[in-house]
Design a protein around this ligand. Structure first.
Ligand SMILES: Cc1cc2nc3c(=O)[nH]c(=O)nc-3n(C[C@H](O)[C@H](O)[C@H](O)COP(=O)(O)OP(=O)(O)OC[C@H]3O[C@@H](n4cnc5c(N)ncnc54)[C@H](O)[C@@H]3O)c2cc1C
Length: 400
């Protein structure tokens, strides 16, 4: 077993590290200023565009996508780079064109799109010219069970007509999110996992209404296009917009979520490393009751517990990435579920300890900790709640 990263991974990681340290983290206050100066604006702020240009020029672009359309990295090679982008989740992933949900949508188009669909939507997404949204979750049904999805995709001659209500469509508030991948039912009478299809719905289609933004613990997430409630009121699109074919929606959703989940976990490790770096800085300089915080036993324990969790989970993430590369996403399902449960949970704990160490400053907007905590907390719901993964993982374990 060789734990050392290969030469390409080392080279790209060093480049990404330097870019995030020297360009991205110093740009965080600039982003905040630009957001404050443009209330109600959901498109990417100028600083993001600037960083995208620089990152692209340095070859730090589309690294998430294996194969020749992307940078051709394996999951194992991408893992440390994605982790580095997690240090600044508002800016770095989007600067590298490696942010959810666009990455998952590009993967779907890459794996299942026709040549026309790729030309029209994948190419501009890969070039960072447009953004996208993934519309699966619905307010009216328990959407962690995707077979509940109620949106109808009804064939009408050479078209499909889409009717339904979605929410938590990340990125959809951004007017540049030109394409929505919508999951709905084409045949409610088919077999349980063959009722659903996915279809490409351009934002400008009559009948598409982006109704309102949703907030996360009060954060509007305007930096990456927010999260929207979207109504499809008889939206009519050409039949050729269907992805892969009728009845394939469930299978595409499963395929989409594998890489999406591990990428979330990789970035979450970076969020935790950032928190620990802040902890080291603070603990060494702040004095309470005659000793620095670093000299208090409980703080040392927190630091140790956090380091143990991080190192153990990084190994599990890397093993999962290696399995995805070598035996495929389906065969790696147990590990994907395990990290999807364990990483956000542990990172939330690590961030919570860091917040505690920072005292009042920890819950304020003066450090990145509160926003990082809010972000990682949502990962215990997004792409499947913990309990759904625990249930399925436990069932598989007991069947072995
Ligand atoms: C920040 C954020 C971004 C998101 N982005 C997107 C997006 O871009 N596109 C999109 O389509 N969706 C998105 N989602 C939605 C997310 O995927 C759903 O919220 C999630 O799948 C859960 O669905 P639900 O909210 O309907 O919860 P429900 O299905 O109502 O489940 C509620 C709770 O019930 C419990 N539960 C459910 N099933 C089981 C079970 N089998 N065993 C035990 N307990 C169970 C769990 O505790 C679960 O949290 C996002 C969510 C958030 C918070």
């Amino acid at each position: 077993m060789d734990f050392a990263p290969d030469a390409r991974t080392r080279e790209l990681s060093e480049k990404a590290r330097a870019f995030v340290d020297e360009r991205v983290i110093p740009a965080e206050p600039v982003l905040e200023q630009q957001l404050a100066g443009a209330p109600g604006e959901w498109s990417l702020r100028p600083i993001v565009r600037e960083l995208q240009q620089e990152a692209r020029a340095q070859g730090l672009w589309n690294l998430f996508l294996p194969g020749e359309d992307g940078a051709g990295l394996t999951q194992l090679q991408y893992a440390p780079i994605a982790e580095i982008t997690g240090w600044s989740p508002k800016l770095a992933p989007v600067a590298f064109n490696c942010n959810a949900p666009d990455t998952g949508n590009m993967e779907v188009l890459h794996d299942f799109g026709t040549p026309d669909q790729k030309r029209e939507w994948l190419q501009p997404l890969l070039a960072g010219q447009i953004r996208s949204a993934f519309c699966m979750t619905e307010p009216d049904v328990a959407s962690s069970d995707a077979t509940n999805i109620g949106t109808r995709i009804k064939r009408d001659g050479d078209h499909y007509v889409i009717t339904g209500r979605k929410w938590w469509s990340t990125g959809a508030m951004n007017p540049d999110a030109a394409i929505f991948i919508v999951m709905g039912k084409t045949d409610p009478d088919a077999d349980r996992h063959r009722q659903q299809s996915m279809i490409l719905v351009p934002r400008e289609t009559p009948g598409v209404h982006v109704v309102r933004p949703l907030s996360v613990f009060g954060y509007d997430d305007r930096d990456h296009g927010g999260h929207a409630e979207v109504v499809f009121d008889g939206a009519r699109v050409p039949a050729s917009n269907i992805l892969k074919g009728e009845g394939e929606g469930f299978a595409i959703a499963q395929a989409r979520l594998g890489p999406g989940r591990i990428h979330h976990c990789m970035r979450a490790l970076g969020m935790a490393e950032r928190a620990l770096a802040l902890v080291r800085e603070r603990a060494g300089s702040r004095v309470a009751f005659g000793r620095t915080l670093a000299e208090q036993g409980v703080v040392r324990e927190w630091a140790a517990e956090s380091r143990i969790q991080l190192e153990a989970l990084r190994l599990l993430v890397l093993k999962t990435a290696w399995l995805m590369d070598t035996v495929g996403n389906r065969q790696a399902m147990t590990e994907i579920q395990a990290i999807k449960i364990a990483v956000p949970r542990a990172v939330q704990q690590i961030l919570d300890r860091a917040i505690q160490l920072f005292g009042g400053a920890g819950v304020s907007g003066d450090t990145p900790l509160a926003a990082l905590w809010a972000g990682v907390r949502t990962l215990r719901l997004a792409d499947g709640p913990d309990e759904v993964h625990l249930n399925s993982l436990g069932r598989a374990e007991l069947r072995r």
